[in-house]
Design a protein around this ligand. Sequence first.
Ligand code: C2O
Ligand code: CU
Ligand code: CU
Length: 543
Amino acid sequence: MKSERVDAAQNGRVARRDFLRVAGLGGLILSTGGIAYFRNRTRHSASPGQELGSLDPREAGNFTNPLKVPAGEGLLGIFEPSAPFTITSKVTDYSFVQGKESKFWVYEVTQQGKTYQNPILKLPKGGRVQASYRNQLGAESIIHWHGLRVDTENDGHPHHAIPPSATYDYDFTVLNRAAAYWYHPHPHGQTAQQVYFGLAGFMLVEDEEEQAFARALDLEPGTTDIPLLLQDRLFNNNGAVVYTVSINDYFMGILGDVLLVNNTITPYLDVDTRFYRFRVLNGSNSRNYRLAFLKGSDRLPFFVVGNDGGLLDKPYPATEVTIATAERLDLLVDLRNLEPGDVIFLKTLGVDLGPMGKQMHGMHTTGFGSEVEFFILKLNVKNRVTYDKVLPGHLSEIAPLDPAGASTRPITLSNSGFTQWTINGKQFRMTEYPIMVNRDATEIWEIKNVITSMPHPMHIHGYPFQVLERIDSPRSVRAQAVDEKGLLPSDKGWKDTVLVWPGETLRYVIDFRHPFPGEQIYLFHCHILEHEDGGMMINYKVV
Ligand code: C2O
Ligand code: CU
Ligand code: CU
């Protein structure tokens, strides 16, 4: 059995057949060679160290491309909707590699004579969003507003997916606090490839706390407050993104060997001697990054000031922090003690998955394994400037949810055979609701990753939660804990996605009260997109 190769060059008419063949694999693998398949490795993209050349993120000397930062219009333009707007998903061309063209799937918005691709949607808390989604892909799709508290009709559940040329109208109010949320497609079985080919964007929600913070540190979007969208990819030798799905990559999640940061390969950013804010969104299909700032081989301390649900109660000093797929981190780095001419790298350190994890990762046919270290962004210190702002000791008010009296819901992450990941033994069925929640309830979800092979970034639609405790964490995770409950700085505050490590049990609390009339249907799933498409997802209903 050969692995399937899906090329973005098919003008959006991407092989859904191929995908379903893989997605619906179930027991098929056992009848077509089973385990032997895993040893039969094939490579499609540039092999690590051989053909990557100037695209290789392990080579510091390659970081010569100016980072794409948000601008007035165009790709990653900041779009502040002032009226109802139309957002269209379509296939365009883009030059990721100089002199070469790739297909690039984008969301496009045109308003007041300006056109934006994958715009950074800037929304005030309490604002109304009236968006008409037009699907001009060759495949069905729907937009999900990841992290937003919206009713079921506006959530972009896969049962709302629309066919090519159809339109879906959204109308909701932004109830969330300020934070970096994001939007991406959510059609069942096709989310992974649609995100991979480019469909994803930031949503920056603003409120007064957030504005006060930006003022206190004199932060300006696009110059000193920089969104960083991290996406690892596989490219073919023609400079085009290819989505390569072998059965084992599908099981393990696809990993690339080229990194896009705001769609830029091997980027640099010129900086001055002051504070910089990086709002990191891990938009990768499956890779986790262990972020650190380095000057030579020395780690530069930084602060974790926010995550999925916005600012934390206070800045947490750190020298490394892990960001899983779909998570967001708000990092503040102090460059005041540096000199013009200094160079800093934002880097990912290798993620250690333990002996079993390593064995599993040996199954990858493409891309860098999670243990591979590479550079993300080069910071060139240019000018000495005077900067007299002071980092506030208190950032935001986090009212703790009260877990007293809440019932505990046990959730088990496991797998059946070598093909399917499961949640409480279930795989996704469009019209099955394995979890029913009372609309007045507060619940503790106790998620146990019983398989000691892979961490799973678990995401819930509809509600943010607060992490209570990490139990039996791997030693490398426990070493980063900032309290006796084993929480990491990135677990503080409000979350919508959280990484559950092999062997670990993680407890979080959710308040299911909501203002929407009637029953609400939402999803709970692993955000490794190949796992999600492969069925590591369940519906839950709030009644
Ligand atoms: Cu970001 Cu259901 O996903
Ligand atoms: Cu979501
Ligand atoms: Cu998973």
